[in-house]
Design a protein around this ligand. Structure first.
Ligand code: NAI
Length: 336
């Protein structure tokens, strides 16, 4: 099997080459993202392997189908960037990696939070310049603080356990609450009003787009810390910026950003950033931005490659895969 691998980075190749070779799959690595213009690179391939910022709209999917591509292997959990209806109409078989390391993302969320509340990002720069002053470095204890977790799936649950280890009070909101929860669920309004820290771990859907907006920010505690390691568009970035400027939001920890597609994963040092909101956010002393790196651990990369390869093998050899996403009667159902 030949698979065109888009948006390839140096860290992707070793594990995909290794697992691919074990199962007779040859990956053709392309640094470019998949777009309508680059879809042609998938000619003579059985399918494509894509990541979070590739374009997978109806035009691109139809083009892939015209090239006789049969498989769309997402090497990520989220599939909000795929026009699933179009994929179904084109006969493209879509699979994803539902879980590869919830620990990687949850631990990164906590790393961002600790960095923010203990000013580690400032201390690192100061001590490199032999500035050992502590002025302006006062932090807060996490112990005893209330953290509101939105989305209590795989990653949310790991994050909750980490927070409990710090002696934090956990409250949560989920549209589909877990039955075995050992933490209290509250309404979204209660979560917004009671939380010292809010961490987002729900998927991006029509319903959750701009979940954090100018109105919901007003309902939060003054000085709240907002963490987003999920998807950028869960937060209206302009409202977030206003909230920070008005001091309603005390700090923001962002691994994702609404308009990240043109910027994240790329080295743009030396360039002028065209996105004024992102530039302003990054300039704030109480905003920490990482470039969608929460997933990036050795364990996660290995799991992603292994699962993606097995997904393709199952679809190809057995015509069925539990990680398949199928468009059926107007909704997405999971394969068996
Ligand atoms: P999951 O599917 O295990 O959990 C998602 C949870 O959100 C579920 O409990 C679900 O009931 C809940 N949910 C669905 N709709 C909701 C709504 N309207 N309001 C509140 N909760 C809702 O997903 P998992 O593995 O925990 O991943 C969560 C998100 O993390 C993914 O959707 C993805 O966007 C993001 N992610 C980010 C990564 C990064 O590198 N920054 C890497 C991997 C995932």
């Amino acid at each position: 099997m030949r698979i065109a691998f888009f948006d390839a980075k140096a860290y992707d190749k070793p594990s995909f080459e290794r697992y691919g070779a074990e199962h007779g799959i040859k990956f053709k690595f392309y640094e470019t993202k998949l777009t309508e213009d680059t879809a042609e690179l998938a000619r003579n391939c059985d399918g494509v392997c894509t990541f979070v910022n590739d374009t997978l709209d109806a035009n691109v999917l139809e083009k892939l189908a015209d090239l006789d591509c049969r498989y769309l292997a997402l090497r990520c959990a989220g599939y909000n960037n795929v026009d699933m209806k179009a994929a179904g109409n084109c006969g493209l078989r879509v699979c994803h990696v539902p879980a590869y390391s919830p620990h990687a993302v949850a631990e990164h969320a906590m790393a961002l939070l600790l960095t923010s509340v203990r000013r580690i990002h400032k201390a690192y720069i100061r001590t490199r310049d032999f500035n050992f002053s502590l002025n302006g470095m006062t932090g807060i204890d996490l112990y005893g603080k209330t953290v509101g977790v939105v989305g209590t799936g795989r990653i949310g649950r790991v994050f909750i356990n980490i927070c409990k280890g710090f002696g934090m009070n956990v409250i949560a909101y989920d549209k589909f609450p877990a039955k075995d929860a050992d933490f209290p669920y509250v309404s979204m309004e209660e979560l917004l009003a009671q939380s010292d820290i809010i961490s987002l771990h729900c998927p991006l859907t029509d319903e959750t787009r701009h979940l954090i907006n100018c109105e919901t920010i007003k309902l939060m505690k003054k000085g709240v810390i907002v963490i987003n390691t999920s998807r950028g568009a869960l937060i209206d970035a302009e409202c977030l910026l206003d909230g920070i400027k008005s001091r309603q939001i005390g700090a923001a920890c962002l691994d994702v950003y609404e308009e990240e597609t043109d910027y994240f994963f790329e080295d743009l040092s030396g360039h002028i950033l065209n996105d004024d909101i992102l530039a302003r956010l990054i300039s704030m002393p109480n905003v920490i931005v990482t470039s969608h790196q929460a997933f990036l651990t050795e364990e996660a990369l290995s799991n992603i490659a292994e699962t993606t390869v097995l997904n393709l093998v199952q679809l190809h050899d057995e015509n069925a895969c539990p990680n398949e996403l199928i468009w059926k009667d107007g909704e997405i159902v999971h394969g068996k």
